[in-house]
Design a protein around this ligand. Structure first.
Ligand code: NAD
Length: 469
């Protein structure tokens, strides 16, 4: 395991890039530090007894507001972890041009040990505590799901906020990742996994980068291992499979399975649901020490569970040529150096898992505009496209069949616009960080390049204020 804490690891990576940017130390320190750390304790009745619940909300940077970042429920949550995750959110938002400062929340509970009613009580009380401190609101701080939370928790948060702020016209934008029926947006649930897919697809599209790794371009036939079959891991695995890759290994906390010939993601998901474990999946080899899944042969490794899983102790055993960081902080700063020296390409978390916050941004925009994406233009575009098809048919004298016409004229639904915006964001942002990596000899890898890009964007906000000379 690593001797470096998660936050220290983020700071170490920050410093590697900070010295390249040449910005004044004071400005770099202002960008690096966490602006507000709120540690709270509150009582909640659990199984008939009052229990003191420990929780945090960290706002890392207010260079842009509102601040934004998920809420994690886990028995291992601690202040250092929430600070690290909040700071990664700042850099992430800058990389994908989402106009928020970074934040993160955490509640130190094992949600599996709580009933739905108890979880609701904890969540509502946490939301109320944030309201008391002016740390929740569409213009203040906007949480989202993270490890151990999902749409259900987000709907309790928005309901609590609206109860405490009656008549708030933009109130539904106080949290994202809500159910679609409760002011959420189509495409948010799978957004992080889809972003992971778009990002890695872009990375494997560069022939010169792949040649250096001894790989062909494209995802077709690439062997992929995914650690974690939760929201991010499941959707990443699904999109890789649909995109032509072969999923050869999947790890969960109770164990892992490997099959060099491929695993069907939905079949594994259903097997785990019905049997209670990922182990003993037909045709696959069991790996009881679950972390060993990371060391199995593959082309692309996708850690999608928790931080610090690839460290000094196991980095040299990694066989993958590409690591796509779907989780936040899965590779420690020390392991990052070892893997870079081994020639492994790491597509960093602060870029690769930004699909979630990108679509959260779209959800927030939808909440502020009070209109579903596509509602105004869908029929209009359909009409324009029909007239173009009719004109072409008239000019050429050829008639298209009804299926062809439908395909061409279809106006965009909300999901089409969300996915198009996400794809555009992931492609553009990859090009920006790759350009920095390739054009700046001081950037040893994509992570340092991503930090340089993020730091420069945040610095330009502060410099525009004239605070720093
Ligand atoms: P989740 O709770 O939906 O899923 C996490 C999964 O990992 C669970 O199924 C859990 O059982 C499994 N797991 C736990 N320990 C494990 C271990 N040692 N080995 C293998 N599997 C293990 O959480 P999530 O939302 O998918 O988040 C996963 C990671 O992605 C986190 O690092 C989170 O910060 C990051 N992330 C999430 C989002 C999002 O939109 N949910 C966005 C960006 C980043």
């Amino acid at each position: 395991m690593s001797n470096t804490s998660f936050f220290q690891s983020v700071e170490k990576n920050f410093e590697k890039a900070a010295k390249i940017t040449g910005h004044p130390r004071g400005l770099l320190d202002q960008i690096r530090v966490c602006n507000s750390v709120y540690h709270m304790k509150f009582p909640v009745k659990v199984k008939g007894e009052f229990q003191v619940i420990e929780a945090w909300r960290v706002q890392h940077s207010h260079h842009r507001t509102p601040t934004k970042g998920g809420i994690r429920y886990d028995s291992m949550v601690n202040e250092d972890e929430v600070m690290a995750l909040a700071s990664l959110m700042t850099y992430k938002c800058a990389i994908v041009d989402v106009p928020f400062g970074g934040a993160k929340g955490g509640i130190k509970i094992n949600p599996k040990e709580f009933s739905t009613e108890e979880l609701e009580r904890v969540t509502r009380r946490y939301a109320a505590e944030l309201c008391k401190k002016q740390m929740l609101g569409p213009g203040l701080d906007v949480p989202a799901p993270d490890y151990g939370t999902g749409e259900k928790e987000m709907s309790w948060i928005v309901d609590t906020y609206m109860a405490l702020n009656p008549g708030s016209v933009d109130g539904y934008g106080c949290v994202t990742g809500k159910p679609v029926t409760q002011h959420g947006i189509n495409g948010r649930r799978e957004a992080t996994g889809l972003g992971v897919f778009y990002g890695v697809r872009e990375a494997v599209g560069f022939a010169d980068d792949m040649a250096e790794l001894g790989l062909s371009t494209g995802l077709k036939g690439k062997k992929v291992i995914v650690q974690g079959l939760g929201n991010v891991g499941y959707y990443s695995a699904k999109f890789f499979q649909d995109g032509g890759a072969t999923i050869v290994g999947i790890g969960e906390y109770e164990g892992a399975i490997y099959n060099a010939n491929g695993l069907d993601v939905d079949a594994v998901f259903n097997h785990r649901k019905s049997s209670g474990s990922i182990l003993n999946f037909p045709g696959a080899t069991n790996i009881n020490a679950t972390a060993e899944i990371l060391e199995q042969p593959c082309d692309i490794l996708i850690p999608a569970a928790l931080e610090n899983v690839i460290h000094e102790g196991n980095a040299s055993k990694i066989k993958a040529k590409i690591i796509g960081e779907a989780a936040n902080g899965p590779v420690t700063a020390e392991a990052d150096d070892i893997l870079t020296d081994m020639g492994v390409m790491i597509v960093p978390d602060m870029y690769l898992n930004a699909g979630g916050v990108t679509v959260s941004y779209f959800e927030w925009l939808k909440n502020l505009s009070h209109v579903r994406f596509g509602r105004l233009q869908k029929r209009f575009e359909q009409g324009s496209n029909s007239r173009i098809v009719e004109a072409i048919e008239e000019l050429t004298g050829k008639k298209l069949n009804a299926v062809e016409v439908d395909k061409i004229i279809k106006g965009p639904d909300e999901i089409d616009l969300v996915r198009s915006g996400l794809e555009e964001t992931m492609i553009n942002s990859y090009h920006a960080i790759r350009n920095e990596w390739k054009s700046n000899a001081a950037c040893k890898n994509l992570r340092t390049a991503a930090f340089v890009v993020a730091i420069n964007k945040i610095a330009s906000d502060y410099l525009a204020l004239g605070i720093f000379p």
